[in-house]
Design a protein around this ligand. Structure first.
Ligand SMILES: Nc1ncnc2c1ncn2[C@@H]1O[C@H](COP(=O)(O)OP(=O)(O)OP(=O)(O)O)[C@@H](O)[C@H]1O
Length: 816
């Protein structure tokens, strides 16, 4: 047996042989099986050679359909744990590499190959874990052809040109190879290779198909569709545990980090010898290149598989950080026996190769791990110090220093805790103040709703918030203003009425006044009263108008003040509440931070089992509980603050309602005042009309024989002023009466004189008439008789003139 050495299979490259059945073309040429599988053993025999592998599939070994489950599934599992993996399909052309790998999978028809099963498994696991883990899956597909690497997923289309003929088979596809570079840590990198993100199995399969179509293919004698290039389909997976991931996930052992791993699925080119392929020209040269590559791989495999050479330090792994499996595909046909034997030998050597696969974390995770290690080291030192007194003085000094640091941090925490307590109390006080404010507001609103007067509300809520106090103040001012106006109006009315309300001896009422005021004196007095009334009324009207204007002005002013006041106060209150909420948020954050720190410290000492650590743990737990309780209290306070804000909103609404109420009252009062003024004017107008009517009536009475004397005696005046006036009028009257008497006497005398004069005139006229008759009888007259007549006539004329004068005087007197 050429290899039966047992090694640690988890480290070695695992190798399986897959023996395909004889295909039709082989059967047609009468090929027979040249490989025998030892029953129940992973062992094959070809001629005199026997080889043992990890698994043997096909031709009576394990069923080929078990390749994935038995051989590849562990690599997929390892991929989820952050390990790189490689599946290599090696063998001569037509040996079934593509068939085994399933590289021609198009996403629809399941051909039983490895790749479709890999895809299926990956996505079913991703779906099962998507609640707890974030996945980023990408694929790349490259081809190594004649020692050049091509990107099969390159979105840029290749340049196609005609070769030396016109046949389509002679078309040349020109593609630009991608560059291979060595990285600083000795790995290799493919510059600019396309990596596409995929989210589903179908998407991944579509890229596999796309790359397969791009893959350089040609025909050889051995396999008309043979791949003459190495194809590597790489699945990259990044996974990150979601924060709320429950314990027991795959990351539990590796911390809260990102795992990055790759699975390379490699379909190597045919390993047949050139002479057997019948290739010539370009195909031959391609074959040489392929074989050069495989030879190199074979040499590496040989070197790695040779324990002696490996110990000399030449190579130590194939792919290094990777779990690798190789599937050696062989044809059982006796015509391919030589190639099959070579393949089996290669595969056998590959079993000796050892890999060093490690979990691939990202740098952050590595840093986290380093810190955890450091913590562990510190804990160990602490325990060592506590448990072992034989430690060196230097170590003791270090530990003492660390303890002092811990104590200092502890003191700092306690100080912070104290501060938190103080600030908590402060917040509580403020919350109580706010509560009091809220209650006061509610009380005021309730009182206002219940219809209590502002005085009552004011007296009941002395300690209430300023806002409502100010509102109440404003409302009170307005009310007082209105009341003052009302009282002023009513006092003027009462003054007016009092003024008219005379004593029982005089004029008791307006009506009485009007009925007795039909004398001349009463006329005069009434005229004075009217004037006074008018003056009084107009001055009252003017005053009321002035006051009304003033009131309007004041109301406008108050409204403006209230508006300003409301705006200012709202913004102040808003700022106040916002500040409170911010402060509470800040406090909450700092407390949460403190809790996190405590948790961290607690986690650090969780592994410690000695008494001191337990005590410390207990202390921290206690602190944690206290802090958590504080956070809960703060949250409650925050809720209370929010509630207060809502109450404030309600209060503002209530204030708005009050303002509306003021407006309504104001309108009502002003309207009432206007109405009163109007009523007053109307009343006065009516009074004036009736007064004028009375005066007119008295004028008529006087003109048609007023009873001056009788009426005068009826008036002796109750009022001094009126009495005085009456006496003065009486005196005037007496004076006028005496004058009248005298004038009458003069008139009588004059009348008598006039009648005497008329008599004498008559006599004179009679005597003149008789004289003229005598003269005409005699024919001449005597001179002394004419002279006497002339004198008599002159005397008569003089009398007549006097009579006329007396009459005139009399008439004048009468008129007066
Ligand atoms: N296990 C199997 N059962 C049935 N037929 C198979 C099996 N393996 C391979 N074949 C058939 O063998 C032929 C060659 O297989 P395949 O193309 O996979 O070989 P290959 O090694 O990939 O060749 P190349 O190196 O030229 O690509 C195909 O017709 C395929 O259907």
């Amino acid at each position: 047996m050429e290899n039966s050495e047992n090694k640690d299979s988890s480290q070695c490259v695992r190798v399986a042989v897959n023996i395909r059945p004889l295909v039709t073309s082989e059967l047609l040429v009468g090929c027979t099986d040249c490989i025998t599988v030892v029953a129940g053993e992973p062992q094959v025999q070809i001629g005199s050679h026997a080889f043992t592998y990890d698994n043997v599939f096909g031709s009576a070994g394990q069923s080929s359909s078990r390749i994935f489950d038995e051989f590849v599934a562990p690599l997929v599992d390892a991929l989820f744990h952050g390990y790189n993996g490689t599946v290599l399909a090696y063998g001569q052309t037509g040996s079934g590499k593509t068939y085994t790998m399933g590289t021609n999978y198009n996403g629809e028809e399941h051909n039983g190959g490895i790749i479709p099963k890999v895809m299926e498994t990956i996505f079913s696991r991703v779906n099962a874990k998507k609640e707890s883990t974030e996945f980023l899956i990408r694929v790349s597909f490259i081809e190594i052809f004649k020692e050049e690497v091509f990107d099969l997923l390159d979105p840029k289309p290749p340049v196609i040109s005609k070769g030396d003929g016109v046949s389509l088979a002679k078309l040349h596809v020109h593609r630009s190879p991608i560059q291979i570079r060595e990285t600083v840590n000795g790995g290799i990198t493919l510059v600019g290779v396309t990596e596409v993100e995929v989210r589903t199995k179908e998407e991944m399969a579509s890229f596999l198909l796309c790359g397969s179509l791009s893959r350089a293919t040609g025909s050889t004698n051995m396999n008309s569709q043979s791949s003459r290039s190495h194809a590597i389909f790489t699945i990259s997976m990044e996974q990150k545990r979601i924060a709320s991931c429950p314990p027991g996930s795959v990351h539990d052992d590796s911390g809260d980090d990102i795992l990055c791993a790759k699975l390379h699925l490699v379909d190597l080119a045919g390993s047949e010898r050139a002479k057997r392929t019948g290739a010539d020209g370009l195909r031959l040269r391609e074959g040489i290149h392929i074989n050069k590559g495989l030879l190199a791989l074979g040499n590496v495999i040989s070197a790695l598989g040779d324990e002696k050479k490996r110990k000399e330090g030449g190579h130590d792994s194939l792919g290094g950080n990777c779990k690798t499996v190789m599937i050696a595909c062989v044809s059982p046909a006796d015509t391919n026996a030589e190639e099959t034997l070579n393949t089996l030998k290669y595969a056998n050597r590959a079993r000796n190769i050892q890999n060093k696969a490690i979990i691939n974390h990202d740098p952050m995770a590595a840093q986290g791990q380093r810190m955890r290690n450091q913590i562990e080291q510190l804990q160990a030192e602490l325990l060592y110090f506590r448990g072992d007194s034989s430690a060196s003085s230097e170590e003791l000094q270090i530990l003492k220093h660390k303890i002092s640091l811990l104590e200092a941090s502890n003191a700092e925490l306690q100080r912070e805790l104290q501060e938190q307590r103080i600030s908590c109390e402060h917040v509580m006080r403020r919350a109580i103040d706010a509560q009091v404010e809220k209650d006061s507001l509610i009380m005021i609103i309730e009182s206002a709703r219940n219809g209590k007067s502002w005085d009552e509300i004011d007296s009941e809520s002395k300690q209430d918030v300023d806002l409502v106090k100010k509102y109440v103040g404003k409302i009170q001012e307005l009310e007082v203003e209105l009341l003052r106006l009302q009282s002023s109006n009513s006092s003027r009315r009462s003054e007016f009425v009092d003024y008219l309300d005379l004593d029982n001896d005089g004029l008791h009422s307006k009506n009485h006044f009007f009925t007795v005021s039909d004398t001349k004196t009463a006329d005069m007095s009434g005229a004075n009263e009217d004037e006074e009334q008018e003056l009084e009324h107009s001055s009252l009207q003017e005053k009321l108008d002035r006051e009304l204007k003033e009131l309007d002005k004041k109301i406008e002013q108050k409204e403006a003040e209230m508006k300003h006041f409301t705006n200012v106060d709202t913004s102040v209150l808003k700022q106040h509440y916002e500040r409170k909420v911010q402060e509470l948020e800040q406090e909450k954050r700092s407390l949460q931070k403190e809790i996190e720190e405590l948790r961290f410290n607690l986690a650090n000492i969780s592994s410690a089992s000695d008494e001191g650590a337990e005590k410390l743990k207990g202390d921290y737990l206690q602190k944690l509980n206290v802090l958590e309780a504080q956070v809960t209290t703060l949250k409650k306070k925050q809720d209370a603050q929010s509630q207060l804000s809502r109450q404030k909103q309600k209060s503002e609404e209530a204030a708005k309602r009050l303002q509306d109420e003021i407006q309504r009252i104001k309108t009502q009062k002003v309207v009432q005042l206007h109405q009163k003024i109007k009523q007053e004017s109307e009343q006065f107008r009516l009074w004036k009309t009736s007064r004028e009517k009375e005066v007119l009536q008295r004028g008529w009475q006087k003109r048609f024989g007023g009873e001056l004397n009788g009426r005068c005696s009826g008036y002796d005046g109750g009022d001094d002023r009126l009495k005085k006036e009456g006496r003065r009028n009486e005196y005037e009257m007496h004076k006028l009466l005496a004058l009248n008497q005298r004038q009458k006497m003069v008139l009588q005398r004059k009348t008598e004189e006039a009648s005497m004069a008329s008599k004498r005139l008559k006599e004179l006229l009679e005597s003149r008439k008789s004289s003229s008759r005598e003269a005409s009888g005699t024919g001449n007259s005597s001179a002394p008789g004419i002279q006497a007549l002339m004198q008599a006539i002159e005397h008569e004329l003089e009398v007549n003139v006097r009579v006329h004068e007396v009459r005139l005087e009399y008439e004048r007197q009468m008129e007066e």
